[in-house]
Structures are given as structure tokens and as C-alpha cells.
Design a protein around this ligand. Structure first.
Ligand code: PGA
Ligand code: ZN
Length: 368
């Protein structure tokens, strides 16, 4: 919920949502003897009463929901992740290293090129492996006289024109780090295809526009056989369910097909996706749904269907590290939280390192 008053912060301010917390929500919660998350979240849902949190704002409900979770951990004098769950694992990071799409001002259509250190022994090792690749990619870009400034999620945003060029550079950076592409480090993409579809239902995944779904599928097949790509997020637009089904049917055994815009962390949409075999993994963003309880319900539903769960930041994010604890406590196999640049991204990685320290010899990496 934004104020949409163009004279104030270009319409982006959130004073209404803050007021909803301080007045409406506060009045309801003040004298409530609640001692569990579900109860608090139920009050929020009832008070809002809409399908999409349009009355209170999902930013208002989520802030209160997560604040309760944090207070509860403090009251119990244990770490947040321990208060959230009973078994733990450290997620494998999907680290964004080249930004394109709406997250960068270059000509790349695919929004995110990520690396995933599948052979990492522990979280510190995962960070080190990604760090090496990032530093080698930086050197490569410099040697080609390309800019090394970063995009919204901390990945580089060089003036690259084709997806293949970006992929070649990443493979080279992995090799220069003495790591094996496809073995130590795999590549993950977020196409964010909602942004690439036109009125006629055609997709522009690279400079040319694909007029048929078969051509798009062939392109993904070509990319995944040529490069060590093990995950593709939002390969089709959010309401193009038929194409998703075809994608999962063709590539679902070989790679992760991840629904972000497709599922929007919503059990109704996820249920349809599970029934129709539209994907095999889900991106989980607490602020897409607006309460912790609903977020946990989505994760539970996904796990029951053997979907991989990837806990995720947003391109516009804060220093808050809640999602790090959430990934550990739900034993999600992966976390997607940008590159090792921009402190709002690095904060989550630092938190995961602290969690690994706290768990000591009990710490274990999630496996995909
Ligand atoms: P967003 O991007 O936070 O801008 O939606 C992140 C993503 O698409 O995964
Ligand atoms: Zn996405």
C-alpha cells in the first residue's frame, strides 16, 4: 500500500500503512491475550477482510506479523530461527551476479543471471566460492572495458547485448576460479517473463521476438543443453498456465522450474500449479502474501508436493534479515538474496554466517 500522492515521495510513501498499524491494528491487538503467531495473523486477516490485503495493506500486516515473530523469539530468549522451527539447514544461495531486465539499464532481457554453489561444504564455503566467481567476473568485465557498476540486486549490470554473452562470461568466471561449471557452480536464471510478453502473447527473450511458444521452449532447451543451467524462474508470464505445463513436462526432470510471479506465494495459485504440474519449485516472498502464517502454509504445501522452496528477497529490499532465519527454520533448500554487494543483500548472508556459527557442529547444508 503506497500513498500514491505524487507530491509526496513521488507517490511511494507509505504513511497510510503506518497509520493502519498505529491505529486500526494497534486497537485490535492491544488488549488481546495472544500467545501464538496464528492467532495474531488471524486477527490481521479478519480486520483486513479483503482477498488481497487491500484494506490494511500487506506492508502493514507483514510488518506486524514479523514483529510478533521477533518479539516472541526475544521473549523466549532464543534465536529467531530456533523460535520459528525445530529442525534446521543452511540454504544454498542463488547469488545474482548479472542484472538485466527492469533491474538494470542494459539491453539484457533476462532479469537475473545467478550462480549456485552446489558443491559447497558449508555456508562459509558457499560464500567463498561465489565471492571468487564474482571477483573473477569483475576482472573479466574490466578486461573487456565493460562497466562494473551494479544493478538493483547487487549483480553487475554491464552493457551486454545477448543472453549468451552473459552466460559465456559467467562460465569463464567459474573456470577462472578453478571451479567446475555444472558441478561446483551451476547457473540459475530468472527470466521474469511478465515483463517480456506483448499484447499478442509473444515473448522477447532476446533481441528477437518469439512468435510461438514452441520457439520459446526450443530456446530454453538450447540454452540448458549448451550451458550448465539448473534453474529457470518465471520462464512464461503469470497467466500463461499452458506454456508453464509444457515447460515442466519437457524440462522439469532436468532443471528447476520456479514459479515466482506465477504463484505469488499464494496457496490458491500454488494448488493449481501442483495439480497442473506447472512447475516443480516455488519462490517464497513473505511480502507477496502479507503474514508469516500464510507464508508458512505456502511452504508446507510446496514441500508436501515435493516442490523445492526458495526463500527470496525483493529487488527493493531493506536491511531486515528475517528471510535468512526463515530459510533455515523451514529447511528450504535455497535462498535468493542478491549478490555480495549492497548492504541490504549482504546483511542476509552475514546473518546466515552467524546462524552457521551458532549451530556449530550441528550445522548442515541443505541439499537439492
Ligand atoms: P522483484 O524482483 O522483487 O522486483 O519482483 C525479484 C524477482 O523477480 O525475483
Ligand atoms: Zn522473479
Amino acid at each position: 500500500m503506497r500513498d500514491k500522492d505524487l507530491k509526496k515521495f513521488l507517490g511511494k510513501s507509505v504513511n497510510k500503512a503506518v497509520e493502519n498499524i498505529n491505529k486500526k491494528i494497534c486497537t485490535q491487538l492491544k488488549n488481546l491475550l495472544a500467545n501464538n503467531q496464528e492467532q495474531i495473523d488471524k486477527v490481521l486477516l479478519e480486520l483486513d477482510g479483503s482477498e488481497n490485503k487491500t484494506n490494511l495493506g500487506a506492508n502493514a500486516t507483514l510488518a506486524v506479523s514479523l514483529a510478533y515473530a521477533k518479539c516472541s523469539a526475544i521473549e523466549n530468549q532464543i534465536s529467531l530461527f530456533k523460535n520459528l522451527g525445530k529442525s534446521y539447514s543452511l540454504p544454498i544461495p542463488l547469488m545474482n551476479i548479472i542484472n538485466g531486465g527492469v533491474h538494470a539499464d542494459n539491453d539484457l532481457n533476462i532479469q537475473e543471471f545467478m550462480i549456485r554453489p552446489d558443491s559447497a561444504k558449508n555456508f562459509m564455503d558457499a560464500i567463498e566460492k561465489c565471492f571468487l566467481v564474482i571477483q573473477n567476473l569483475k576482472k573479466l568485465l574490466k578486461s573487456k572495458k565493460m562497466l562494473t557498476n551494479v544493478g538493483d540486486e547487487g549483480g553487475f549490470a554491464p552493457s551486454i547485448n545477448t543472453n549468451e554473452e552473459a552466460l559465456e562470461l559467467i562460465v569463464q568466471a567459474i573456470e577462472k576460479s578453478d571451479l567446475k561449471p555444472g558441478n561446483d557452480i551451476v547457473i540459475c536464471l530468472d527470466v521474469a517473463a511478465n515483463e517480456l510478453i506483448n499484447d499478442k502473447g509473444e515473448y522477447s527473450i532476446q533481441s528477437k521476438t518469439f512468435t510461438s511458444v514452441v520457439d520459446v521452449l526450443n530456446y530454453y532447451q538450447k540454452l540448458t543443453s549448451k550451458y550448465p543451467i539448473k534453474s529457470i524462474e518465471d520462464p512464461f508470464a503469470e497467466d500463461d498456465w499452458e506454456s508453464w505445463k509444457k515447460m515442466t513436462n519437457i524440462l522439469g526432470k532436468k532443471i528447476q522450474i520456479v514459479g515466482d510471479d506465477l504463484f505469488v506465494t499464494n496457496t490458491k495459485r500454488l494448488k493449481k500449479g501442483i495439480l497442473e504440474k506447472s512447475a516443480n519449485s516455488i519462490l517464497v516472498k513473505p511480502n507477496q502474501i502479507g503474514t508469516l502464517t500464510e507464508t508458512l502454509e505456502v511452504i508446507e504445501m510446496a514441500k508436501k508436493a515435493n516442490f523445492n522452496t526458495i526463500i527470496s528477497h525483493r529487488s527493493g529490499d531493506t536491511e531486515d534479515t528475517f528471510i535468512a532465519d526463515l530459510a533455515v527454520a523451514t529447511m528450504s533448500s535455497q535462498i535468493k538474496t542478491g549478490s555480495l554487494a549492497r548492504s541490504e543483500r549482504v546483511a542476509k548472508y552475514n546473518r546466515l554466517l552467524r546462524v552457521e556459527e551458532e549451530l556449530g557442529n550441528q550445522a548442515k547444508m541443505a541439499r537439492i
